[in-house]
Ligand binder design. Structure first.
Ligand SMILES: [Zn+2]
Length: 135
């Protein structure tokens, strides 16, 4: 989980640099953006490495590699989201509440901070500065 740790640390250290205190909502958004780029970068790196290192693999082998990469990325994402997308203060699993609200197979891509303005469990507002979150 080295990647996840690095992202979390980078996101956390940026709060110190900013003069305006970051809101909890901004924190979630920032972590989401970071995660997206880090995962995309990691997958591309591995893909290029394998294609250049083993250029003569049959098509099915690349397919297996692609599936493997997707599975690893999903696993990292799940562990990472469980750690990050907790309620800001009460540590409820907000992604779980989102699934309960929207259903597991929803086409709705909105993240929870786009349809809730506060933690659905303890009602701490996402517009509060990040420092009021217990971390
Ligand atoms: Zn809460």
């Amino acid at each position: 989980m080295v990647i996840a740790e690095a992202i979390a640390n980078a996101a956390a250290s940026e709060t110190v640099v900013q003069s305006e205190p970051m809101t909890i909502r901004e924190y979630y958004q920032r972590v989401q953006t970071w995660t997206k780029y880090a995962l995309a970068g990691a997958i591309m790196t591995v893909t290029f490495y394998i294609v250049f290192r083993y250029p003569k693999l049959p098509m099915w082998a690349y397919w297996v590699v692609g599936r493997g990469e997707a599975a690893v990325a999903m696993a990292i994402l799940l562990v990472f989201m469980r750690r990050t997308y907790r309620g800001p203060s009460c540590e409820v699993n907000v992604m779980q509440l989102r699934v309960q609200k929207l259903g597991r197979r929803t086409g709705d891509r909105r993240m929870f901070w786009q349809f809730w303005d506060a933690c659905p469990n303890c009602e701490l507002s996402f517009d509060e500065p990040c420092t009021s979150a217990k971390r």
